[in-house]
Design a protein around this ligand. Structure first.
Ligand code: NAD
Ligand code: ZN
Ligand code: ZN
Length: 346
C-alpha cells in the first residue's frame, strides 16, 4: 500500500511490453519542477526503443520526451518558470561543463542523459519531475497539438542548420513520418526551391503533398534515386535520410552525386555500410544530425506560431494515459503520423 500522493506512469518493462505503474509522486530535488502532463508524443525513436531496437536505449525505460504540460510545483532554487506556466521539455539533460557544452554544442554533451529515453524520468505520467532549466514556456495562443510538435520540429530545424543555406536548393527527403514531414516544413522555411519526398505509404505521401512537397515518390520503386533526380530535374543538393536503412542511404548517396550533402537524420537500427571510394571521388558530404539546441526549439516555436502548417492534421490519434499500450501498438500500423498520449484526469 502506497502512502502519500501517487502518480501513474508508463513503463516499457520489456520489449513490446507497455505497462502502467503506480508510484509515489517524486520528491523534487533543487532546480527541479513537477509538471502535470497535458500530452506526450510517441515517435520513431520510441518505436525502436519499445521494440528493443534503439541503438542507445533499451527496455526497461520510462518513455515520454515530446511533452507538453503545466508546472505544478517547484523545487528550491528554480528561476524562470512559475507554477501554472504551460511548458514543453527540451529533453537533453546536459552537463553544462564538458567541451561541447562550453562551446555551445550542448546536444553533443559528453555526459548527456536524455529525459524519456533511458533516464529515470519520462513525460508519460500524470506528473513528472524534470530539471526546470530544460523547460520552454509555450506561447499562450498555441494549442496542445501545436506545442507537442515543437520538439519533433526542432530536430529537422537543427538538421537544416547543419547542412547550411538551403536557399534555392534542390532537396530530397526520404521518409515521410513525422520527422520527414517536419523536415519538409523546415526545408521550405529554409528557402529550398524544390522538395521531393519519398515514402512507401500512400497516406504519408499525401501528407507530404499537403505540406507543400513539389512531388512525392513511392520509396519502394526500383530506381528511387533516378526517379528523384527526374522530379528535381537535377541531382539533389541536399538529401535528408529520415529512415537510415542500408537501402535508403544507398539511394540518398546516388541522389546527391556529385558534390551533394546527405544528412543522416533517421536513427539507424543496425550498422549501415558506405562505399567510401564513392563518397571520396564524388565529394559527397555525409552529415550526422542529432537532436537540437535551445535555439532550434525557439525557431521551431516561431515556425509553428507563424501558422506554417496545421498541427491538427499531423496529430492522427490521441490515447489517454491508461491506454498507452494501445498507443504504442498503433505506431507500427503505418496509418499514423503523430500519436499523442494525453492526460487522464481522475
Ligand atoms: N536525429 C535525431 O535526433 C532524431 C530525432 C527524432 C527521431 N529520429 C529518428 O528519425 C526516424 C524517423 O522518425 P519518425 O518519428 O518520423 O518515425 P515514423 O516511424 O513515424 O516514420 C518513418 C517513416 O519512414 C517510412 N519508411 C520506412 N521505410 C522506408 C524506406 N525504405 N524508404 C522511405 N521511407 C520509409 C515509413 O513509411 C514512415 O512513414 C527514426 O529512425 C527516429 O528514431 C532521429
Ligand atoms: Zn521523438
Ligand atoms: Zn556536457
Amino acid at each position: 500500500m502506497l502512502s502519500g500522493p501517487t502518480r501513474r506512469r508508463v513503463w516499457v518493462s520489456a520489449p513490446d511490453v507497455v505497462e502502467i505503474v503506480t508510484e509515489p509522486v517524486p520528491v523534487l530535488a533543487p532546480g527541479e519542477a513537477l509538471v502535470q502532463l497535458s500530452v506526450s508524443g510517441i515517435c520513431g525513436s520510441d518505436k525502436a526503443g519499445a521494440h528493443g531496437e534503439h541503438f542507445f536505449f533499451k527496455p526497461p525505460y520510462y518513455p515520454g520526451h515530446e511533452v507538453v504540460g503545466v508546472v505544478a510545483a517547484l523545487g528550491d532554487g528554480v528561476y524562470g518558470v512559475t507554477v501554472g506556466d504551460r511548458v514543453t521539455v527540451e529533453p537533453t539533460l546536459i552537463c553544462g561543463h564538458c567541451k561541447p557544452c562550453r562551446n555551445g554544442a550542448e546536444n553533443l554533451c559528453e555526459n548527456l542523459q536524455f529525459f524519456g529515453c533511458g533516464y529515470q524520468e519520462g513525460g508519460m505520467a500524470d506528473v513528472f519531475a524534470v530539471r526546470a532549466d530544460r523547460l520552454h514556456k509555450i506561447p499562450r495562443a498555441f494549442s496542445d497539438h501545436q506545442a507537442a510538435l515543437i520538439e519533433p520540429l526542432a530536430t529537422p530545424v537543427h538538421a537544416v542548420r547543419l547542412v547550411g543555406d538551403l536557399d534555392g536548393k534542390a532537396v530530397a527527403i526520404i521518409g515521410a513520418g513525422t520527422i520527414g514531414l517536419m523536415t519538409l516544413v523546415a526545408a521550405r522555411h529554409g528557402g529550398a526551391r524544390k522538395v521531393v519526398s519519398a515514402d512507401p505509404l500512400p497516406n504519408k505521401r499525401q501528407m507530404a503533398l499537403d505540406l507543400g512537397a513539389d512531388a512525392v515518390l513511392d520509396a519502394a520503386s526500383d530506381d528511387l534515386a533516378g526517379a528523384v533526380r527526374g522530379e528535381l530535374g537535377e541531382s539533389a543538393d541536399v538529401v535528408f535520410d529520415c529512415v537510415s536503412h542500408q537501402e535508403t542511404l544507398d539511394s540518398a548517396i546516388k541522389m546527391a552525386i556529385k558534390g551533394g550533402t546527405v544528412a543522416v537524420v533517421g536513427g539507424a537500427r543496425r550498422p549501415v555500410s558506405i562505399e567510401l571510394p564513392v563518397l571520396q571521388e564524388y565529394q559527397i558530404r555525409l552529415q550526422g544530425c542529432t537532436t537540437y539546441r535551445s535555439e532550434d526549439f525557439d525557431d521551431a516555436t516561431r515556425i509553428i506560431g507563424s501558422g506554417a502548417f496545421d498541427a491538427d492534421r499531423l496529430v492522427t490519434s490521441v490515447f489517454r494515459l491508461p491506454k498507452a499500450a494501445d498507443a504504442f501498438a498503433a505506431i507500427s500500423s503505418g496509418r499514423e503520423a503523430k500519436i499523442l498520449v494525453a492526460a487522464d484526469p481522475q
